[in-house]
Write a new protein. Structure first.
Length: 251
């Protein structure tokens, strides 16, 4: 009589159970890392595309972000020298999706930026004032926020599905300090439009802003999301937060 070796039903079930547990633990991480890599690639492409658009505008119109005038709300006449007009003239298939975007993309949150306040003897109010105790005509940084919404921002979608939103009050964006002179020349890139997760990029290690050394902001592959704040000035669209810079320049 020939005896055949085989696994018992219990052994097969145990093996399948172990495989299932391992899959449940690893697949979400793999998916997250894959999404993160796609978000990062699209973010780099969007920054490059926007910077190419302003360089083209300089070549054709001899104007950049430093001469922008405030934009119009959706449905109103677009000023000739606004950021909307620049996008419509230089970007293929630029489409205003402001209303639809904010109906679907909720929970973006506030974008922080560092503005400057010029201090002098007249505005040294009290100990709680940012100018208190400063020397005459000095400038101090103060953190402010811009919260994107259908009334405060314009949002455009491009042919590749990437979305760019900006503060409609952005004008004369010349300063190299984020949001200086109250122009709030900040915006955001959403690499996949109103599709989720619609989450502003944040550091998952280190300090959110201004950290150095061991406290420097880092963003792991699994923490990379789809919305990135940007700062607009002169001839440049650049990352608008430490987390956005960490994703751009990270390995």
């Amino acid at each position: 009589m020939i005896r055949k070796n085989a696994f018992t039903l219990a052994e097969v079930l145990i093996t399948l159970g172990i495989i299932g547990v391992v899959a449940a633990m690893t697949i979400p991480t793999l998916i997250s890392n894959t999404n993160g890599a796609q978000f990062k690639t699209a973010y780099k492409k969007a920054l490059s595309t926007l910077n190419q658009a302003v360089l083209m505008n300089i070549a054709l119109e001899d104007t950049d972000f430093s001469t922008l005038e405030a934009d119009a709300r959706t449905g109103q006449t677009v000023p000739d020298n606004s950021l909307s007009r620049m996008l419509l003239n230089r970007m293929q298939s630029a489409t205003d999706i402001t209303t639809n975007y904010f109906e679907k993309a909720t929970g973006i949150g506030a974008i922080e930026y560092t503005g400057e306040v010029t201090c002098n003897d007249d505005n040294k109010i009290d100990e709680d004032s940012v100018c208190y105790g400063s020397s005459n005509a000095s400038e101090v940084g103060t953190v402010s926020t811009f919260t994107p919404s259908a009334t405060a921002a314009k949002v455009y979608s491009f042919a590749d599905g990437i979305t760019f939103g900006f503060n409609i009050q952005a004008a004369n964006c010349t300063d190299t300090t984020k949001g200086a002179a109250n122009n709030v020349c900040v915006g955001f890139i959403d690499v996949n439009g109103s599709t989720g997760p619609n989450t502003l990029i944040k550091c998952d290690n280190g300090t959110q802003e201004g950290g150095t050394g061991a406290n420097a902001c880092t963003v792991s592959a699994s923490a990379i999301t789809d919305i990135y704040p940007v700062y607009i000035h002169g001839q440049t669209v650049e990352p608008g937060s430490d987390a956005a810079r960490a994703v751009l320049f990270g390995k």
